[in-house]
Design a protein around this ligand. Structure first.
Ligand SMILES: Nc1ncnc2c1ncn2[C@@H]1O[C@H](COP(=O)(O)OP(=O)(O)OP(=O)(O)O)[C@@H](O)[C@H]1O
Ligand SMILES: [Mg+2]
Length: 460
C-alpha cells in the first residue's frame, strides 16, 4: 500500500528566521524591573520597564482609549518592544500590528481601513452554556451512498463519530455537512473535540494526552479526556474580535458559532460592512455585556511608522480614541521633526499633530553600545544557526555602533554565505568586511546620492 504523507508546509518554518524570532518577551523580573539579558532582549532597560507597566495597565483594563508612542532612532528596538508586549499579553488579548502606509489602498478608504483595524483589536469574550457532545474521537467513518443524482460519483450520506469521555462512550451518526466542518478543523482519531448539538459546529480542543508519547514536531496542545458524560451542557468561552462579528454578519453563511450568537442580526443578507451594521453590532455587544454574557477585552492596535499617516487619519485616530469602545493604541516612529502628511508643510515632532502628541505617553529608545550589540549578535548567531569568530563579532559590533544595529545584524547572513563560498563554516572578519563593501548602509547610500556621478556618487 502506498502511504501519501501530508506535504509538510510547516517544517520549512524553522528555517525562515525572521528579524525578531529571538524576542520572547520583555524579560522583566516579577517586580517589573528589567534583567539585563532575558527573553532575547538585551539592554534598553528603561523602555522595557515602561512597556511592562503598559502591559500591566492593559491587563487591568485601565488603558483603553489611551495611546503610547515608542520614539527613537532606527534599529533601537521599537518594533521588537511592541512584539514583546504582544507576547506578554498572551493570545487571548487581540494584538493587531500594522504599518502606517498599509492603510493606503485603491479599494478601501483610508479611514475605513483604520476603522477595520480598530475593530480587529477589540476583543469580546463570550460565555455561553451549550448542549454539546464532547470526547476523544475513537472512530471517524464516513458512510457512502450512491449519488442520488445518478452517475458514477458516490456521496457521503452520513458520518459515524465515536466519542469517548471519562464516563462513557457514544456513537453519533451525523449529517454530511458536519463532516465538512470536521475536515475543516482537521479532526483525526485521537483528538478531543466537541460538537454543538444545536448548530452542529465542530471544535477541535486538542490532541488527547493518551497520545502524548507519540513524538511530534509540531507544537501540539495535549488535553485530558473530558470528564463527565459525552452528551452534556458545557460552558463555552469564545474569544472573537468586533471585526469577526462584523464579517460574520456581513456574510451570514460564513463561520458557524459566532452566527448562532448573533442570530438575530443575520436576517437581512448583507454583503458589505457598513457603519449601520457596525452600530447594530455595537448595540448587541453592549446588550450582551449588560447581561453579563460577554466581556469586552480591549486589545492593542500597533501602528508602526506612524509618520506615514496623514492629517485625516490623525483626526480619525483622535476621535476613535475618545469612543466608548476603544483599544490601546501603540505608535512607533523613528522620525524627528518632520512634515505632517496631508498638510502644506506644517511640521511637528514625529510628524504627529500636536493635539494627538499631547495625549500620548512617550517611551524613548536609545542607541546601543558595543557591548549590548555584541550580546544581541551572539543571540542572533544562535537563532540563525551561524558560527562567528570572536573578532568578527567585534567587527560587527563596531559597525553597529557606527551605523545601526539593524545594518549590523543584516550583514550576518550574507557574511555566512561568503564564508561558505570559500569552504568555511565559521565567519571571519574578512567575510564581514567583504559584505560591508558589497552592501552599504542607508546613510552611506544617501551620501552617494547627494554627491552625484562626477563626484564619485552613483546617481546622475
Ligand atoms: N534590545 C534588543 N535586544 C535584542 N534584540 C534587539 C534589541 N533591539 C533591537 N533588536 C533587534 O534588532 C533589530 C532591529 O530592531 P527593531 O526592528 O526593533 O528596531 P526599530 O526601532 O523598530 O527600527 P526602525 O525605526 O528602523 O523601525 C531587530 O532584529 C530586533 O529584533
Ligand atoms: Mg521598526
Amino acid at each position: 500500500m502506498v502511504t501519501i504523507s501530508d506535504a509538510k508546509s510547516a517544517s520549512s518554518r524553522e528555517n525562515r528566521t525572521a528579524a525578531h524570532t529571538h524576542i520572547k518577551g520583555l524579560g522583566l523580573r516579577p517586580d517589573g524591573t528589567a534583567e539585563k539579558v532575558l527573553n532575547g532582549f538585551v539592554g534598553q532597560e528603561r523602555a522595557r520597564e515602561a512597556c511592562g507597566v503598559v502591559v500591566d495597565l492593559i491587563k487591568a483594563k485601565k488603558m483603553s482609549g489611551r495611546a503610547v508612542m515608542l520614539a527613537g532612532g532606527p534599529g533601537t528596538g521599537k518594533t521588537a518592544l511592541a512584539l514583546a508586549i504582544s507576547q506578554e499579553l498572551g493570545t487571548k488579548v487581540p494584538f493587531r500590528p500594522i504599518v502606517g502606509s498599509e492603510i493606503y489602498s485603491a479599494e478601501v478608504k483610508k479611514t475605513e481601513a483604520l476603522m477595520e483595524n480598530f475593530r480587529r483589536s477589540i476583543g469580546l469574550r463570550v460565555k455561553e452554556t451549550k448542549e454539546v457532545y464532547e470526547g476523544e474521537v475513537t472512530d471517524l467513518t464516513p458512510e457512502e451512498a450512491e449519488n442520488p443524482l445518478g452517475g458514477y460519483g458516490r456521496t457521503i450520506s452520513h458520518v459515524i463519530v465515536g466519542l469517548k469521555s471519562g464516563k462513557g462512550t457514544k456513537k453519533l451518526r451525523l449529517d454530511p455537512s458536519i463532516y465538512e466542518s470536521i475536515q475543516k478543523e482537521r479532526v483525526a482519531v485521537g483528538d478531543v473535540i466537541y460538537i454543538e448539538a444545536n448548530t452542529g459546529a465542530v471544535k477541535r480542543v486538542g490532541r488527547s494526552d493518551a497520545y502524548a508519547t507519540e513524538f511530534d514536531l509540531e507544537a501540539e496542545e495535549y488535553v485530558p479526556i473530558p470528564k463527565g458524560e459525552v452528551h452534556k451542557k458545557k460552558e463555552i468561552v469564545q474569544d472573537v474580535t468586533l471585526h469577526d462579528l462584523d464579517v460574520a454578519n456581513a456574510r451570514p453563511q460564513g463561520g458557524q458559532d459566532i452566527i448562532s450568537m448573533m442570530g438575530q442580526l443575520t436576517k437581512p443578507k448583507k454583503t458589505e460592512i457598513t457603519d449601520k451594521l457596525r452600530a447594530e453590532i455595537n448595540k448587541v455587544v453592549e446588550k450582551y455585556i449588560d447581561q453579563g454574557v460577554a466581556e469586552l477585552v480591549p486589545g492593542v492596535l500597533f501602528i508602526d511608522e506612524v509618520h506615514m499617516l496623514d492629517i485625516e487619519c490623525f483626526t480619525y485616530l483622535n476621535r476613535a480614541l475618545e469612543s466608548k469602545i476603544s483599544p490601546i493604541v501603540i505608535l512607533a516612529s523613528n522620525r524627528g521633526v518632520c512634515t505632517i502628511r496631508g498638510t502644506d508643510g506644517i511640521t511637528s515632532a514625529h510628524g504627529v499633530p500636536t493635539d494627538l502628541l499631547g495625549r500620548l505617553l512617550i517611551i524613548p529608545t536609545y542607541p546601543y553600545d558595543a557591548e549590548d550589540i555584541k550580546t544581541i549578535v551572539r543571540i542572533r548567531t544562535k537563532t540563525e544557526g551561524l558560527e562567528l569568530a570572536e573578532a568578527a563579532i567585534d567587527a560587527i559590533a563596531s559597525i553597529g555602533v557606527q551605523s545601526s544595529l539593524r545594518y549590523a545584524l543584516q550583514l550576518m547572513t550574507p557574511a555566512s554565505v561568503v564564508a561558505r563560498s570559500v569552504g568555511r563554516t565559521k565567519i571571519e572578519v574578512s567575510d564581514v568586511r567583504e559584505c560591508q563593501e558589497l552592501f552599504i548602509d542607508a546613510s552611506t547610500s544617501s551620501r552617494l546620492v547627494e554627491k552625484g556621478p562626477g563626484a564619485g556618487g552613483y546617481i546622475s
